[in-house]
Every structure is written in C-alpha cells, then in structure tokens.
Design a binder for this molecule. Structure first.
Ligand SMILES: Nc1ncnc2c1ncn2[C@@H]1O[C@H](COP(=O)(O)OP(=O)(O)OP(=O)(O)O)[C@@H](O)[C@H]1O
Ligand SMILES: [Mg+2]
Length: 367
C-alpha cells in the first residue's frame, strides 16, 4: 500500500497544501508547531475516519473557516484509488471513495490501511486496558470490516443497556423483557469480537516475540494473551457459540449486581491483553526499556499482521517517535522500515536513514 499524494484545504493550520510522497521513507522536518503532526493526522483521518488526537471534528477545521477537505491518492497492488473527506461545521461529514459517496464512516475503514505510531504508544504496556483495547480495535477494524460493524453494534447496545440498568433503580416495569433481549444481543456481538481479538493476539504475539528478541538481543520470551472478561480459558474463544453462552449466563445471572452498579459489568469493553516476559506480567516486572521495546514490537506486529492478511504492507505513520528512542532501538526501527513506505515527522532528521525530505513551515510543505 502506498500513499502517493495528499491535497488539503483548511485542515488545522494548513490553508492549502498539495504534497507528494516517495514509495520509501518520507521525512517531514520542521520546528515545533509548524504542522508536521497536522499532516500526519490528516492522512490518518482519511484512512480510518477518526483523528488520533481528538474526537471533536470541529477542532480539525482551520480557525475562522467553515469547512475542511482532505483528499488522499493512494495505491494498492491492483490500482490507484482516492479517498476524499469533507467536513462542514454543524453538518455531517461527506466521504467519497473513488468519487462515490460513502454513507457510513465505518465503510471507509480498511480501504487505505495505515499503522500510526506516536510517543504515547510507547507506554502501551503500563497504560490502562482501554489503551490496549484501542490498539486492538484500530488494528483489527482495518483487517476485517465486519469486526468494526460488530463493535459499533456492541457499543450501541451497551449504551442502551446501561441506561436501562440505571433506570431500573426507579422503574422496573420494562426491565425483564428488555434486559433479556439486550443481554442476548450483547452476548452475541461480544463472542464475535472476542474471537477476532483472540486470533489477532495469537498472530501478533509471534511477531512481538521475534521483534523483541531481535531488538534486545535477549533470550527472554514475551507473550501476549487475550484476557476476556468472561474468564474463559484463552483457547475457548475459538468457539463463538460457546463464548456466547458464557456471556449470556454472566449477563443474566448477575443482573441485580449490575443494577446496583448502574452499568454492565461483563463484556468485551472490560477486556485486556496480558503481556508477559518469561511468564511474568510486563506491567509489573519488565524494565522501562523492555516495556518500550515491547510497545514498539506491538506496533511493528500491527504492520506485519496486516501484511500477512493482505499480501502488502500498510503505510506507516510515525509521529516524532525517533526522538523518543535510544540509538539501538532507532537503528532497529530504521532497519525494519527501510523496505516499506513510511511517513515520519521530526524536528531533528539526523540519525534517520535517507529518504525524501519535506520541509514544514507554518502549514506549508516543500521538498
Ligand atoms: N483548527 C486549527 N486551526 C488553525 N491552527 C490550528 C488548529 N489546530 C491546531 N492548530 C495549530 O497547529 C499548530 C500545531 O501543529 P502541529 O501539531 O502539526 O505541530 P508540529 O509541527 O507537529 O509541532 P511539534 O514538533 O511541536 O510536535 C499549532 O500552532 C496550533 O495552534
Ligand atoms: Mg508534532
């Protein structure tokens, strides 16, 4: 997969830009607050319909403007394609794929595949489970559109069910029938999602082990294991119907506890990935450096799993990560990415192997 060109209007501090990229390494270089991350955000936004920095769409529209547009030309092994996103204040955004309107954002995910890596990801291991779930959701959604659909349905049902549980304190009249229906639907989506998450973690875990050992020269073995909130053995998730029954049971048998808590206590919104080194939880026992190596390996794994599913690499977007890494990890990462397309932002390009240099100044981009 290759990002060939991006044209932008009124996105963040970019009034207008038209930037072409090389098939290999591209380095966006400039002082602070010039628009390096903004350009990467625009690319990522076109790819997954979501910013990695904000959930508020209007923040991305240039101050003083009413609408913004991002248009990305990219190509996969088969053909050239385009995704264009238009945002208008107070209106729903408009998305086109090859000039054909796409009505739901989720339909665009997975067409232009990217892996974003920013300094915050370096604390994936010690962060809370929400960050690791987000890592899974972004990675898997780009591989399997059906996963994202399930996840959206799940979140919608979860919201309604939580409201019902809160209301049940005062009024129990509609509780039983509605709660049962939503529990069944929730259990079904949970089982589907759990199956995808487990499969992904199995695949990624092998890459993480390889990358970690290459990077550190250590013989210690990292593992990633799926920790579903249904407390099934990790192997059990392969059987979707069995998982569904486990979730159903949890959701129906514990209704009183959930009413007291005012929220749904079991489900894939509570999942985590257990990351261990030689069997010991990395969050507690791995050194700072090991934790960073593991996080970096998880991001590289995201790319490798995508490449194994589609037979081609995604586009890597690296926001300022090189400055956060020591020389050994920097060299390792440089070696890993030299044969694929990567768009890197940095204030200081020395130490990053070759490539196309794009100078960034006050929202403008020049070769
Ligand atoms: N909606 C907006 N309209 C106009 N400018 C904006 C908007 N949102 C952010 N900015 C500006 O964009 C600039 C930040 O750009 P960006 O985050 O891309 O910087 P950067 O080059 O990555 O810098 P650093 O090296 O510090 O990470 C800031 O000056 C900020 O005020
Ligand atoms: Mg930045």
């Amino acid at each position: 997969m290759e990002c060939n060109r991006i044209a932008i209007r009124n996105f963040r501090n970019i009034e207008y830009a038209d930037v072409s990229f090389d098939p290999g390494v591209n380095i966006l270089v400039g002082a602070n607050a010039q628009g390096k991350t903004n350009l990467l955000e625009a690319i990522g936004f076109a790819a997954i319909g979501k910013s990695f920095r904000t959930v508020h769409e209007e923040e991305m529209i240039r101050f003083g403007a009413d609408c913004a547009e991002v248009s990305v030309d990219f190509s996969d092994v088969r053909r050239k394609q385009n995704i264009t996103v238009r945002m208008m204040k107070g209106r729903r955004r408009h998305i086109e794929h090859n000039k054909i309107k796409i009505s739901r954002v989720s339909d665009v995910v997975g067409i232009f595949r990217t892996v974003l890596f920013c300094p915050e990801h370096l604390s994936l291991i010690k962060d809370g489970p929400g960050e690791r779930r987000n890592y899974l959701d972004v990675a898997i959604s780009q591989l399997y559109p059906i996963y994202l659909k399930s996840l959206q349905r799940y979140n919608q049902i979860l919201k309604q069910r939580n409201q019902l549980l809160r209301d049940a304190e005062k009024d129990r009249s509609t509780l039983d029938a509605t709660a049962e229906l939503w529990s069944l639907q929730l259990a079904h989506e949970a089982a589907v999602i759990a199956r995808y998450r487990k499969d992904y973690i199995d695949k990624a875990s092998r890459v993480v082990e390889k990358c970690f050992q290459e990077m550190t020269g250590e013989r210690e073995t990292p593992t990633m294991t799926y920790l579903g909130s249904s407390k099934q053995e990790p192997d059990a998730y392969a059987d979707v119907e069995e998982t569904e029954r486990v979730y159903q049971k949890l959701l129906t048998e514990n209704l009183e506890r959930e009413i007291a808590a005012g929220s749904t206590l079991w489900g894939i919104h509570k999942d985590d990935i257990e990351i261990a080194v030689n069997g010991r939880p990395a969050r507690m026992f791995a050194s700072q450096g090991q934790q960073r190596s593991l996080a970096l390996a998880m991001k590289l794994a995201e790319g490798e799993v995508s490449a194994s599913v589609f037979g081609e690499n995604p586009v890597f977007l690296f926001d300022d990560v090189f400055s956060e890494l020591d020389t050994a990890r920097r060299n390792y990462l440089s070696g890993k990415i030299c044969d694929r397309q990567v768009i890197i932002t940095t204030c200081e390009p020395s130490g990053i192997a070759g490539g196309k240099l794009i100078r960034v100044e006050n929202g403008t981009y020049n070769d």
